[in-house]
Design a protein around this ligand. Structure first.
Ligand SMILES: Nc1nc2c(ncn2[C@@H]2O[C@H](COP(=O)(O)OP(=O)(O)OP(=O)(O)O)[C@@H](O)[C@H]2O)c(=O)[nH]1
Length: 407
C-alpha cells in the first residue's frame, strides 16, 4: 500500500480527494487540515509515498507546508487555487513534482492520476542517452523525481549495449548530436531489432535544425523534445507516450489471450507459431485434449468444466513455460516448440504424470489427457498441426491417456 499525505484546509476538497484516493486499491491516505497536523505526522515513523499539499493554510499562508514535505523528502504535488507564474517556477525549482490548479473538478482526478502514474513508474526503467554531463544530470534528476529507475549512456553505441544488457527498458530518451552514433541512427538501429519494437523512444536536441523532429520520427521515434524544455512539457510528453504504449499493450494482450484460461488463444498460436516455424528446422507441435471432458460438464456443470480448463492450462504453462502454449479451442490445447525434441517428449511424459496424479476442481476430480505430437518438419505449420491432430485422434482411439508420436 502506498501512503499519501494530504494537507488541505478545505473540507470539501478533502472529501473529494478522500473519495478518489479511496477508490484506488493501491493507496491509503492521511488527511491533515493544517501545517501543524502535517508536521506531527511527518515527525513520526510513518512513511509517505507522496504528498498533495495546498499552498494557503490557516497556520501556513505562504506555502510553508510545501517546504515541510520537501524537507522530509516526500515527493510533493501542489494543489492550489492560485495560479501565479513566478510562484509556480519557484516551486518547481524547489523540487515539487507538479503544480495543479483547482480550476475545475478535473484537477482532482488529475492529481490522483499523477500519483498513480508515479506508483507505476517505480517499476519502469528509463535509459537517458546524452553526451553532455550537465544535461544528462538534469534529465536524470527529473526522471528520478518522477520515480523512474534511471540508467545512462553517453552515445548511441553504449546505448545499444545497455539496451541489450537490460532487456526490460521501457523508455529511452536520446540526444541527437553524440560521438560514435547520433540519436537518429540509434533509433533506426533499435527499430530494426525485433526486441525493441515496443520501447518508447523520444528524441532530444537543442539544435536549431527545425527538420530534426521529423528526422527522429521518420527514424522510428515516438516523439521529440526540443531543449530547453518546460518541466511540464517534459512530464506531459513522457507520461502521454508511456500511457499510449501501455494502452496498446493492454489491447494486444486482450486480442492475444484466451479470457478463460489466461494462456494464448488460437489466433496468437498461429501468428507467433508461424514465426517460430520459419526460425527453425526443428519445430515440434503437440496437440492435446482432456479425456472425457464432456462428462464433467454434464455431471458437475459448466462452472466445474471451466475450473478444470483453468487448472489444466496452468499446469501446462508450468511444464512448457519456454514454449508457445495456447488454447486451440474447447478442451483442446496446442504447444509449439523449437527446443530439443527429446527433452520436449520427456517433459510431455512428466506433464501427463502430474495430470494423472493430482486432483482437479473443488470436486477432487481425477483427469487424464491424450496427446498427439508431430516432430517431422513439414512444408507449413498448419500441416504440422494437422498431423499432430491426427495423432491425437489415434491416441483417443487407442484408449486415451497416451501419447501418439510421429517420427
Ligand atoms: N465448461 C466448458 N466447456 C466447454 C468449453 N468449450 C467447450 N466445452 C465443452 O467441451 C466438451 C467437449 O466434448 P467432446 O468433444 O465430446 O470431448 P470429450 O468429452 O472430452 O471426449 P473425448 O475427447 O473423446 O475424450 C463439449 O461438451 C463442449 O461443450 C468451455 O469453455 N467451458
Amino acid at each position: 500500500m502506498y501512503n499519501i499525505l494530504v494537507v488541505e484546509d478545505s473540507g470539501v476538497v478533502r472529501k473529494v480527494l478522500g473519495k478518489l484516493l479511496g477508490g484506488m486499491p493501491d493507496f491509503k491516505y492521511v488527511m491533515c487540515c493544517d501545517y501543524a497536523e502535517a508536521k506531527a505526522h511527518l515527525e513520526t515513523d510513518e512513511q509517505f509515498f507522496a504528498a498533495i499539499v495546498d499552498l494557503n493554510l490557516p497556520d501556513a499562508p505562504s506555502g510553508e507546508a510545501v517546504e515541510l514535505t520537501l524537507q522530509h523528502k516526500v515527493p510533493t504535488v501542489v494543489l492550489t487555487g492560485n495560479f501565479d507564474e513566478s510562484l509556480r517556477t519557484n516551486l518547481l525549482d524547489k523540487g515539487v513534482i507538479d503544480y495543479i490548479t483547482k480550476d475545475s473538478r478535473l484537477a482532482y482526478n488529475q492529481v490522483v492520476n499523477l500519483l498513480d502514474r508515479l506508483r507505476k513508474n517505480l517499476a519502469i526503467k528509463v535509459l537517458v542517452v546524452e553526451d553532455s554531463v550537465t544535461s544528462s544530470a538534469y534529465i536524470c534528476s527529473l526522471l528520478r523525481k518522477l520515480q523512474f529507475q534511471v540508467l545512462t549512456a553517453v552515445d548511441g553505441v553504449e546505448a545499444i549495449e545497455v539496451m541489450e544488457a537490460e532487456s526490460d527498458i521501457k523508455l529511452m530518451i536520446a540526444d541527437h548530436k553524440m560521438p560514435r552514433m547520433d540519436g537518429c541512427e540509434l533509433v533506426k538501429n533499435l527499430r530494426l531489432d525485433r526486441r525493441f519494437q515496443e520501447t518508447v523512444l523520444i528524441g532530444l536536441s537543442s539544435s536549431g535544425d527545425g527538420i530534426l523532429s521529423a528526422k527522429f520520427i521518420k527514424s522510428g521515434a515516438n516523439d521529440f523534445l526540443k531543449k530547453p524544455f518546460y518541466h511540464e512539457e517534459f512530464i506531459c510528453r513522457i507520461f502521454q507516450n508511456l500511457e499510449s504504449q501501455e494502452m496498446l499493450e493492454q489491447i494486444r494482450q486482450a486480442a492475444n489471450m484466451d479470457a478463460l484460461t489466461n494462456i494464448y488463444n488460437r489466433r496468437y498460436l498461429f501468428d507467433r507459431g508461424e514465426e517460430m516455424f520459419f526460425e527453425s528446422q526443428e519445430t515440434t507441435v503437440a496437440m492435446m485434449d482432456i479425456d472425457n471432458f464432456k462428462n464433467v460438464n454434464d455431471t458437475l456443470g459448466h462452472k466445474a468444466g471451466d475450473q478444470l480448463l483453468q487448472q489444466f492450462a496452468s499446469i501446462l504453462t508450468k511444464h512448457f513455460g519456454n514454449d508457445l502454449v495456447g488454447r486451440y479451442g474447447g478442451e483442446e490445447f496446442a504447444i509449439i516448440s523449437n527446443r530439443d525434441q527429446t527433452t520436449f517428449c520427456v517433459d510431455m511424459a512428466r506433464f501427463m504424470t502430474e495430470v494423472r496424479n493430482r486432483v482437479f476442481t473443488e470436486f477432487d476430480l481425477n483427469v487424464t489427457c491424450s496427446v498427439g505430437v508431430c516432430t517431422t518438419h513439414k512444408p507449413s505449420l498448419s500441416e504440422m498441426l494437422d498431423t499432430a491432430d491426427s495423432h491425437l485422434y489415434r491416441a483417443k482411439h487407442s484408449g486415451k491417456d497416451c501419447i501418439e508420436l510421429c517420427a
